[in-house]
Write a protein that binds this ligand. Structure first.
Ligand SMILES: [Zn+2]
Length: 163
């Protein structure tokens, strides 16, 4: 049983085998599941996450394909990830990596808070450094997860079982 990956589903949408809305519903469902998994792995399992698949035009920060807004006191975070169709063409990353990236922001929040940036944004250089570190970590984590044999850790965008 070959897993069905996100890119294949994109192809199916193009071919009319599955609607864009059906795809997004499946994706949302899978992301919730994977959020619980990765939240556990990354040490934020006690947090409540609200996930939303959105259009890139609806992202708060221009040009971002994923974003997170969190409340440290309430341990709640809203994660928005744009529809893969809006970013897969230009971005080699995928939805699961975006999810891990945003969870790492939550995981590293105390570091940011301790630097005095609770209520003000990082400056441009700090922001680039932070994003680079988180990007490399999310890439490394996803690469490792996907090269695990035995299928213990599987890509997020496995929807259904038959190819
Ligand atoms: Zn980021």
């Amino acid at each position: 049983m070959e897993p069905i990956k996100e890119r294949k589903l994109r192809k199916w949408i193009k071919e009319g085998k599955i609607s864009s809305d059906e795809f997004n519903d499946l994706l949302q469902e899978k992301l919730v599941e994977r959020c619980m998994f990765w939240g556990d792995v990354l040490g934020v399992c006690d947090w409540k996450f609200y996930l939303r698949i959105t259009r890139i035009a609806d992202m708060i920060m221009d040009g971002c394909v994923a974003e997170v807004a969190y409340n440290d006191e309430l341990a709640k975070a809203h994660i928005s990830i744009c529809r893969p169709c809006d970013f897969l063409r230009t971005n080699s990353r995928d939805t699961e990596q975006e999810l891990i990236h945003e969870l790492l922001h939550v995981r590293l929040r105390r570091l940011v808070i301790s630097m005095g940036f609770m209520h003000k944004p990082l400056n441009a250089i700090q922001n680039v450094l932070m994003e680079n570190v988180i990007d490399q970590m999310s890439q490394g984590i996803i690469d490792m997860a996907r090269t695990t044999d035995k299928g213990v850790i599987i890509p997020v965008i496995i929807i259904g079982g038959d190819d």
